[in-house]
Design a protein around this ligand. Sequence first.
Ligand code: G6P
Length: 586
Amino acid sequence: MCSIIGYLGDGSAAPILVKGLKRMEYRGYDSVGVATISGNHITLRKGVGKVAEVNNAIKLDMLLGSVGIGHTRWATHGGVTETNAHPHPSSSGEVAIVHNGIIDNFEELKKELQQKGYVFKSETDSEVIANLLQHNFDQTKDVKKSMIQTVSSLKGNYAFVAVFEDGTLTAARFHEPLIIGVGKNGYFISSDVLGFIEHTDEVIYPDNREFIIINLNGIQFFDFDGNPVQHQITKVSKELADVYKGDYAHFTLKEISEQPDTILKAGESTRMELDLTTEFVKHAKNLYLTGSGTSYNAALVAKHIFSKYAKIKIESIISSEVAHSPNNFDQQSILIALSQSGESADVLEAVKIAQKEGAKIISIVNIMTSSLVQSSSISIGLNCGPEIGVAATKSFTAQLSILYKIADKLCGGCIGLDLDKVSTCVTKILSDQTKVQDIARNLKTISDIYVLGRGIHYAIASEASLKLKELTYIHAEGLPGGELKHGPLALMDSNVFVIIINPNDSTYVDTLASAHQIKARGAKIIGISDKPNEVYDYWIEIPEINEALFPLIEIIPIQLLAYYAALEKDTDPDYPRNLAKSVTVK
Ligand code: G6P
């Protein structure tokens, strides 16, 4: 949700931190701040807005010193204000911290510290870490002891980095990501490898319940009881550094445009795991799919193809609902967890619940170093490269490609999966975007869009409406075609646009009938189909393909439409307001 970063080395810390924060902005971007040590003092700058804006205004990267910490925020406790932005100094200013996660017992700790004379300025839960650490340091005058005491008092999920006036850097990890980069000339601590990948590809993954101390003598790892821990350095793929927009105006457009390639590459780096998954799925008693947001919509598509083609019953549960829904997780169950980031707290929680009952966890995930991979027996990699745009695009079609592969294997090729053909169709859709751009102009002043589809296309309608909401802030809703007459028809009038997902398959005739009912009420219709029809006010043509594969291509024009409508509305497609790409809080 937030990104945290720390650096200690020979270089100038502030520009390194600011660059790292820019790369991790997908994790949260409502405010930003940096603190460095110079002349045995902590100096700190922070402000509301994106990294580049704040940096232009207050020159975060001009802070002096070779040790520092930084943060981008996605507000949970306390509004989006400069005071609530991190880093938070302790009341004496001798320690400053950046935090990702939520401290559940912050009110209780804050009261205790206030009684002891520590002053709080922000409304955040995070500030309590700064004063708690300061208090423990005041008592012990020992960094290690003060870290042990601090982590033993904190409840909740957190990763934090702290800097002490003498230039010592510390960090702790409890159910939130934290990665150490070991460079030739310095150490990095970060929520994501992207924070430092251009400096080093040598990393250490601290385990949960560990803290780290870095100073000029080197780096030390400890468990929460203070026992030393040894770690191996591993190398990560330098490809992760490929997070530049190139010639594209936005990451979102770049990522939409990469799909002809990413659809082909999906799962290719983990073929053995894919085959193994097929075997496990074949023999499982109870099968479940889970995910949040777009990943859940991929689960909805999968439910359909597994039952229609492979004749396998699989239940899809929204991750945040797993704790509240009846299920039969047991030792013969498999939970397939879908997640781009592998860090969504709701997904990790769902996994924990299923695991407790003995279920096997198989994940389909993009970030192979994520917490989800660590909790899974088998992980299949989306292999689609970093996805920076908050609204998931290429990761969705990569998830679908993998799920189609599994279903196709399960039924001995009955789907006739031809990803080369899919890729060619996607290229064709992307080759001329003028029509979609024209239609997007009409959405500028619209307040409601409905997306209608039947059968498997309803799952795509749900994903389409999510893209429209995220990117354009227009109220958008997916509708199962047949339900129109049971309520939503009352909403249709000339102010409404309805996108009809209507490829020429077994749903075609019924969906066309719904289109006529809508048209009769004056709403404007955008038809997405391989076949034109006069009922459509606007027709977006998609190529013909094997009927089972339409979902993989029909989402593409809607991703483009949402992107261009966002440009019309002057919203930032890469960083929609109030959202974050990786939601690591419940
Ligand atoms: C957030 C993002 C969505 C994403 C969802 C699940 O809500 O804004 O775009 O679909 O998380 O993310 P995951 O990384 O688990 O797929």
